[in-house]
Structure formats: C-alpha cells, structure tokens
Design a protein around this ligand. Sequence first.
Ligand SMILES: [Zn+2]
Ligand SMILES: [Zn+2]
Ligand SMILES: [Zn+2]
Length: 501
Amino acid sequence: MTDLKEKQAITRNKEKTKKRKGKLRENIESIAIAVAIAFAIRYFVVEAFKIPTGSMATTLLGEHKNVHCPNCDWFFYADRQSDDALCPNCQFKINLSDFCDACGNRIRHNWPAWLWRKGHCPRCQTAVAWSDLSNRLIHGGNRIVVNKFWYKFKDPQRWDVMVFIYPLYDLTCKNCSAQFPDTEWRDGFRCHRCGSTKFSKKKKNYIKRLVGLPGEKLQIVNGDIYINDKIQRKPDSVQKTLWMPVYNSNYLAKKTDTPVWVTNGNAWKIHDTSITLDTLSQEDSDTSLVTFGRSVSDQNGYNSHSGHNEMGDVKISFDVTLLKGSQSLTLVLEKNNDIFTALIPADSIDGKTRLLKNGMSVLEKDFRLQTSQQHKIEFSNADRMVCLSINGNKVFSFDDDDGVIPDLRSSDTSKIRFGGTRVHATFGNINIFHDIYYTSLSAGSWGTTKPVQLGEKDYFMLGDNSRNSNDSRVWKFVPEKNIVGKAFFVFWPPNTMKFIK
Ligand SMILES: [Zn+2]
Ligand SMILES: [Zn+2]
Ligand SMILES: [Zn+2]
C-alpha cells in the first residue's frame, strides 16, 4: 500500500517537473519569437535613425542650437557649428559661440543646463546668463522612424524624404589595409597599393529628398527643378514644409537698421504689430501701396556661412479687415522683370478678382471680399505658379510656365507690396516666406549647369538645406539597390514630433 502511494507520489513529482520544463520551454520560445519579430520589424518594416547633420534642415534637424533672438524674440534653429547667426526676422547678429566673449576660454555650466540656468568662464569668471547660455548649447539631432516596407508596395515618389545607403563607400583593402574613403564601388576595383580585389566596405546611411526618378532628364534652373524640360511643382503638403520663414509682424524688433515697411503718403499708419491704410476718409482715389523694405534672402541659422542669394519665389500672408465702403485691395509680387498684381474688390462694389501680369489682365474670378470681417489672405509666386488663397480656399492659380527653360541667372530679385484703392484696411499677422531654392555648389554642380540623364535604376537626391548639403550635385545618383526606406515620422525630441512631408 505504502509502496503504491510512494510510486504515485514519485510519478506526480515527475509530471510536475515535466510541466515546469514545458512552461520554461514555452517562455523561452515566446521570448525567442518576440526577439525574432523585433528583429524582423527592424529589418523589414521600421527602423529608428538619428539625424547627424543639417543637410535636411530645417525639415529635419541635425545637432543644433535653439536660438531665441534677444532683439525680437523670434525662435529659430542654428547648426551646431555656427558661432553666430543672423536672426531671419530682424537681421540681428547673435553670438552662439561655446567660448567666453572676454577671454576665449570654453564656457562651463553644471549639468543639466536647464536646471541650473547659468554658466561661467572658468578662467576669467565672467558669468553667462541663461538667456545667452541657452543660445550656445548644442542639442542632439532629430530621431526619426523610417518605413522600410513602403517601397515594397509603392514606387518612390518625387519629393519623398528617403533614407538610402551612401553610394560612395569607405573601402579598406583586406590584404594590405590601404584605405580608400568615399570611393565609388564597382566590380573589379583593385587596391592601388597591392592590386587585391578584396575589400571591407563601410556603409553609411544618408537622408535626402528625392527629386529625380529613373529614366528622367533633370536640370536645376534658378533654384527650381525641371524634369524632361518641364518645371516640377511640389504638392501642397511638401510646399508647406518648404516655405522658409523670412518675416513675422508679431515679433517686433527693438532695434532695426532698415525700416521693415516703406510707405508713400500719409495714408499709412505703422503700428507695432499691424499697419493701417486709410484712403477712404480722405476720399483719395489713388492706389496706395506699402513695400517690404528688406531683400528676401535664403540665409538662415543653418547655412549662415555659405553665402546667400536674393529670392524670387516668395509668399505673403496677412489678416485684413476692410471697413464698409472700401473699394478694393491690391497685392503685388515682383520677380525679376515680371510684376504680378492681384486686385480683390470689396463686396460693396461690382467687380471681379483679377490677376494682372505686367499690367495685362490674365485671369478673372467671381470673388469679392466681405467688409467688416477679418480675412486671411495668402498670395504666392513659386515654381512659376501664382496663387491667391482667401481663408484657406484657393481663389486662383495661374500657370506662368511658357514651356521654355529660362536662362540661368546668378540670383533672382523680388519686391513685395500691398495696399488698396479707396480703402480703410488694417493688416495684421503679416508673414513673408521664400520657397526652397536649389543652388549650385562649389563642391559639385551635377545637374545645375546642364541637364543630366538618369539611368533606368538611378535616383537623384537633394537636401532641403541646399547651401549645406552633400547630395547628388556632388556624387551624382543613388542606385535603386541602395534605397533603405521612406522617412515618415520625427519622434524625438517630443516638441518637434511630426510626420515628415
Ligand atoms: Zn530677431
Ligand atoms: Zn573668460
Ligand atoms: Zn591592398
């Protein structure tokens, strides 16, 4: 009897051990599966990357400085290597150096800087206030998620932001260790020193915007992209990303050398953050315009030491309220020798919204502005397309492409004016932007002086920070096999979280 009981007990114990072993195995298996899935996701689906440089700024930030202008309170980003930067809004020069102004020694601060909020020079003891120190600190690059699955289903589209393997490799000869940095890899490449064909290749990931697709003839002309001799315009979401801020009337400069607004006559009143035009009460029937007093340049905190150009593709937006009895608003954008004038009648008169090119009417729309109400007006000229939007709705787009590639210019010019006829109008929240301008580089001019033909598996990539980008202009095309995936989301730092357009 006892024997039997013991036997049963032993069997039960054995079963328990078996069960435990089974559970352990199950756990190990599920962990292994989880790890395998994680690797599979990383390998095939999504992967996180960190942006090192400013070549895609300001769409994507590399290591950078967060700059608050002490003259106008405008916030902008600057490259980590910038020792100073001009405020885009008020042209004030801001010191961003890591070194002491008085003696040149490196400035010190306790970590984390945002907690201690001050710094000092260890040599001459000069104190650095937080408002100054915070402009000089270096922050890490954006961290993004890249979708590697996307291009398994969809062909790459022009203007996609894409991660790819840099087409030039750092090669090391496996036989004699000779090094060949930034080398175009092709079969049969031989070591210059020992003749070996065996190399170890170091891959580098790059991120740029796709502008040229396989088989296309591409040329960069006066900052714009031409494919097979036709100008390429950006979809609205991409254009929105690539409008670079130039001026915002809500950020009033304490000191300025040049007046922001140039007026004629006494019908204009310039207030701190708005402007009023009144020719209505004076019964003055001349059209009166105010002119933006500065030239619009592509210089920003991310490229301040690589020169600048005056911009021709610009946009102005403002909020405006017309008093009852007002007749019409006028907006003027000049680019080089062309003058585009939008005339918008108020609802109190009979008339149509018109666009004039060099004084000739080219377009008419049935649209009038309601008086005594605030409207948001946007008027732009980019990539040879002139657009007027009111309260977010497109009133007209005028295609100014005549099908002829324009002559190459060293730079464009622009003038921005607005005003009206027999009008009482208050303009506020005035913003000016310029479009992205693809430059030529001293380091590389492929595609900028004459058209280039892309092969059947070649892609042409450009950085958004065109003055400071090592891209297809320098190393030509990216072969299809080098494509890694589509950059689609910024997740770090949290205040810059966004979908990448
Ligand atoms: Zn400023
Ligand atoms: Zn010092
Ligand atoms: Zn060798």
